[in-house]
Design a protein around this ligand. Structure first.
Ligand SMILES: NC(=O)C1=CN([C@@H]2O[C@H](COP(=O)(O)OP(=O)(O)OC[C@H]3O[C@@H](n4cnc5c(N)ncnc54)[C@H](O)[C@@H]3O)[C@@H](O)[C@H]2O)C=CC1
Ligand SMILES: O=C(O)[C@@H]1CCC=N1
Length: 273
């Protein structure tokens, strides 16, 4: 990857910082070339500790700065009101928004014919194991597409989508998905306590089970369904549990309804408040 380009990162909260950590700690992108705009003092200090250059407001960014990319990592509700401050970068930079639900048209209203990418990363980006779904507008040239692929690829695997609306679908699956799995770990650990394990042991077993199973599912030649069958002995313990989880409507219906709720919320976030 070409590491010479400078980056402006707008918002360094949970996800902005996850990207920063991934770029600096794992991808070797020079931290001093990452210009972080973040109003929160403790969050700026956290970014400084990683070597980034920080500002409390866009007005502080150097006049001569010509970033290759401007990453928008603020809450969806404030995107429209803060974009104008970055208009001066449109001739040099590709804008990459990770804001859930906010359509490219919102960016184009303020930024005009700029190169804009809507990307949906997820939290494991902080350890280089993210997955990122992305869609680029027609003003994004091949060089910018390659640059953004490298930048996002530094923190996970990148999947380019053919239609913008699919970013909302990806948000419901991979963007929010880590929270579903974290909650599953909580549930599994609680279930462990219910059958007699200490809280500490139950949490350790639950975390490693989900982590190990996820690693196996991502690397194995077998499908998740085949792996499930390999764990399930006839009339054994897993069969007893799966009868509970898979009897309709079961877990499948619960997960589908959860993802549909996330998808609906992404569509609602597209509507300016
Ligand atoms: N948390 C996650 O796992 C994911 C979040 N996202 C998206 O990332 C965006 C940020 O989400 P989080 O990091 O979770 O929220 P967050 O609240 O932790 O971070 C947002 C940050 O923006 C800062 N901010 C507020 N006004 C600002 C301004 N005018 N200029 C610069 N920074 C400003 C806030 O101080 C805050 O630190 C959201 O749009 C969300 O939809 C996308 C994928 C995953
Ligand atoms: O909860 C949210 O709205 C954001 C988008 C995906 C993950 N977190």
């Amino acid at each position: 990857m070409d590491h010479s380009g400078e980056i402006v990162l707008v918002g360094c909260g949970n996800m902005g910082f996850a990207l920063l950590e991934g770029w600096v700690d794992r991808a070797g992108i020079p931290a001093a070339g990452i210009h972080v705009v973040e109003p929160g003092e403790p969050l700026r200090q956290r970014a400084v500790a990683r070597g980034a250059t920080v500002y409390d407001d866009a007005a502080g960014l150097p006049a001569a700065l010509r970033p290759h990319a401007v990453i928008i990592a603020v809450k969806p509700q404030i995107v429209g009101s803060m974009l104008g401050a970055y208009h001066r970068f449109t001739d040099a930079a590709v804008f990459v928004s990770i804001a859930a639900g906010v359509p490219i048209s919102t960016f184009e209203t303020t930024l005009g014919e700029a190169a804009i990418v809507r990307a949906m990363p997820n939290m494991p980006a902080s350890i280089g194991k993210g997955v990122i779904a992305a869609f680029a507008n027609a003003h994004t040239d091949d060089g910018q597409l390659a640059y953004v692929t490298d930048l996002l690829g530094a923190v996970g695997s990148v999947h380019w989508l053919t239609e913008e609306r699919l970013v909302d679908a990806a948000t419901a699956i991979s963007g929010s998905g880590p929270a579903y799995l974290f909650h599953f770990i909580e549930c599994l650990a609680d279930a462990g306590v219910a059958v007699g394990l200490s809280a500490e042991t139950a949490l350790a077993l639950a975390k490693q089970t989900v982590g190990g199973a996820a690693a196996l599912a991502s690397t194995s030649a077998f499908s998740p369904a085949e792996l499930r069958q390999q764990v399930t002995s006839p009339n054994g313990t897993t069969a007893a549990a799966l009868e509970v989880l898979m009897t309709e409507p079961g877990l499948a219906d619960l997960v589908k309804r959860a993802a549909e709720a996330a998808h609906r919320r992404a569509l609602e976030l597209a509507i300016p408040t």
